[in-house]
Design a protein. Structure first.
Lengths: 425, 425
């Protein structure tokens, strides 16, 4: 270990601690800010972002130019690139979040005790949320808006490719929030791209209350492996669709096609198709996929359906392709499908297509994933589609919040006890 | 590092992993077990424990004898000691938990989407809970009963002082549960007292879903520091009672006395008293405590109330005494009290005694603790007193569950989506 590295690491830790303390103080103010004031401040932030569009686009041009110099892939550059329409989209998304129902202050439940004390559980913000994300600059605004709407302060750490874009978006948003009377530290962007700062955030137990990683698998895996702060995330979306033998063939075909190919790069995309051995038209399920140049990798029985289906390796059943690739297995009825899913699902979204309600009910009851669907496309696994307005992420952990996490998942509760002098006997 | 230590550590890890896998399999069965069957199995477990009372008492005698040989303190030996009445109490407590309302299967909320899909959030067990506890053998039965009632499997690791008692209680409970049709692995007791096994449990992310430590501060601190598995716990109960200047003196006196002295060793006991500088009868608050030989340590203004009040050091404001000791500060009104609490509270239970409803409302709103009380003794901070039946513990973290955690805190939810062929546009 070089001795010169020590002070730098310490100073990054100090920096994160100092930002976190400022964020926590702002969070205490936010927690008491009325819903209407948060709404107004977010609308002003959206307006400020619209005004700042030329600055944001100029900053983004610097990021794009650096990305091109550094040889980033076309897909990464596309995720990074902003234009007037995208900036308008970001501003409009802030406004959408601004008017979402505020979960803070809701009474979750209430009871009067026999001794006359009245107990309530009151929904409150969590405090300070850390967001660690990669190249999409819109996350800066989306995540900040969700945190502020739910009364939380947020500490953002974006990817270095988007550093100028993120700073410009952050600057504009804070202008609007401050104009709306919120503390400037409600939304902070880590001022350094030093990777040690990510480590410092992950270790900041007691200073940062929860961390949400937004990005690829390697980012999420690092966050989950290193964090001492609770993490809300999903690592994989290895999602199964099981076509039961009595499934309506037209429905099954439409759901399978949509679940795989509507968008292949989202975490709700199907990655494994399980076809019942006695399903009458297996070829009808795979043909539309093959016709759209989707690569299929199957077990022996699946390969018998169509010669264009390649051989799946053991690894395929545990792979999230996020691409036009699908693993296909033929299973012997519901039990076999459940066993395959129990072994290989990442606990994100698994679906059954079946006519028999009893079969569907068993699938819904026994599949232990965050989202379990009957007769619907797994691509619906999304906070917006679930009517939550927008999501901070999708969680596959078992505690706090699962599936699409929106404003409610950014809150906790406290117990209020109102007495009239009660003492405990 | 000695080479011979390696295989042992690995084998303890393997042991924990193998127990955890067996527990998870049992948990999947428990998750599907109807409420009435869990109730019946727990009642059979209570009956089996009653039948096994002679064995349990014989085992306990071995633990007591070892404890005496090892020179354990009288208080520790008392916590360890069982007699017929205590065994009956443990059995009765299992029966109490058996009939608590089962949270599993409740629909948290439901909505129909515009496209016709129906979404529900269904309450389900968490999976496998790890309990790491110290010398009280009743925790073996209490924690196991709460986990089973809520459909969770449990892996218990008790203290070495209580090893024979725990094994006898565990053996009897499992007999009853198996008689009731539940899998034997629903409740497992770690068969080794190797301390490395605790470390292996704490590292078993993905195998154990949540760990609840039950014991002293050093145990909880170790668990919180080392765990890679989510932990539900509180480290300290540094609880404040603030007596506002308009508090009814008789009420304030009764609450202060009860909050400190009813039982000094419980986490809900008051540890710091904040007296408003303009409260008319400060001596009336401290006199009953001094009369009962409670040691008071105060700041300068508090010491002026009574010469028997000693000087508090800086440390006192951050100390959980769990004893007949109280720190006392005089504060200048609500703001000053809130500031003191924000700086020193451990986030467990803080209380105000006040007549002015607006003052009380601000206190309830602004104190950021798991439990905030108005005109009641902090000793009510308890799952039973909160009408939850029994508690697995009290949590001061911000995620998942806060305050007294009972059956609901041992559950999570999944999203069920029922469609009729919907695909995402």
């Amino acid at each position: 270990m070089s001795t010169s590295a020590q002070p730098a690491a310490a100073s990054v830790q100090d920096l994160v601690a100092s930002l976190a303390r400022a964020g926590r103080a702002a969070g205490r103010v936010l927690a008491r800010t009325p819903s209407a004031d948060k709404e107004r401040a977010l609308k002003l932030a959206a307006a400020a972002l619209r005004r700042a569009a030329p600055d944001v686009l100029a900053a983004n041009a610097r990021d794009i130019s650096a990305a091109e110099t550094n040889g980033l892939s076309g897909a990464m550059i596309d995720r990074l690139r902003l234009d007037e329409k995208r900036v308008e989209g970001i501003a409009a998304a802030i406004e959408d979040v601004a008017v979402l129902a505020d979960p803070v202050g809701a009474v979750i439940d209430e009871q009067a005790r026999p001794n006359g004390m009245v107990l309530q559980r009151l929904r409150i913000p969590i405090g300070l949320i850390g967001i660690i994300y990669e190249s999409r600059p819109n996350v800066t605004a989306d995540a900040a808006a969700l945190c502020v709407r739910s009364g939380n302060a947020v500490l953002l750490r974006g990817g270095s490719e988007a550093v100028h874009s993120n700073r410009a978006i952050h600057k504009a948003m804070v202008e609007g929030l401050v104009e709306g009377g919120l503390p400037a530290d409600a939304v902070q962007l880590l001022p350094t791209q030093d990777r040690a700062a990510v480590g410092a955030m992950l270790q900041a137990a007691g200073l940062i209350d929860m961390i949400v990683p937004r990005g690829g698998k390697s980012l999420v895996a690092r966050v989950q492996a290193e964090a001492r702060v609770p993490v809300l995330a999903h690592l994989d979306g290895i999602n199964h669709t099981y076509v039961h033998h009595d499934a309506d063939p037209a429905m099954a075909q439409a759901i399978v096609r949509n679940a795989k190919l509507r968008r292949t790069g989202i975490c709700g995309a199907m990655e494994t198709l399980l076809i019942d051995a006695t399903y009458p038209d297996p070829h009808g399920l795979v043909e539309p996929l093959l016709a759209e140049a989707c690569e299929l990798r199957g077990d022996a029985r699946a390969r018998a359906i169509d010669p264009r289906i390649g051989a799946a390796s053991d690894e395929d059943w545990d792979t999230e392709y996020l691409d036009a690739i699908l693993s296909v297995a033929v299973v012997d009825g519901l039990e076999d499908a459940l066993a395959h899913i129990a072994r290989h699902s990442s606990g994100h979204t698994d679906a059954i297509v079946a006519a028999d309600q009893a079969v569907a009910d068993r699938f819904l009851a026994e599949v232990d994933s965050a989202i379990v669907m009957h007769n619907a496309s797994s691509q619906f696994a999304d906070g917006g589609e679930f009517g939550l307005g927008a999501e901070i992420g999708i969680a596959t952990g078992r505690l706090h919040a699962r599936g699409p996490v929106a404003l409610e998942g950014l809150t906790t509760y406290k117990w209020l006890v109102r007495g009239s002098g009660q003492v405990r006997p």
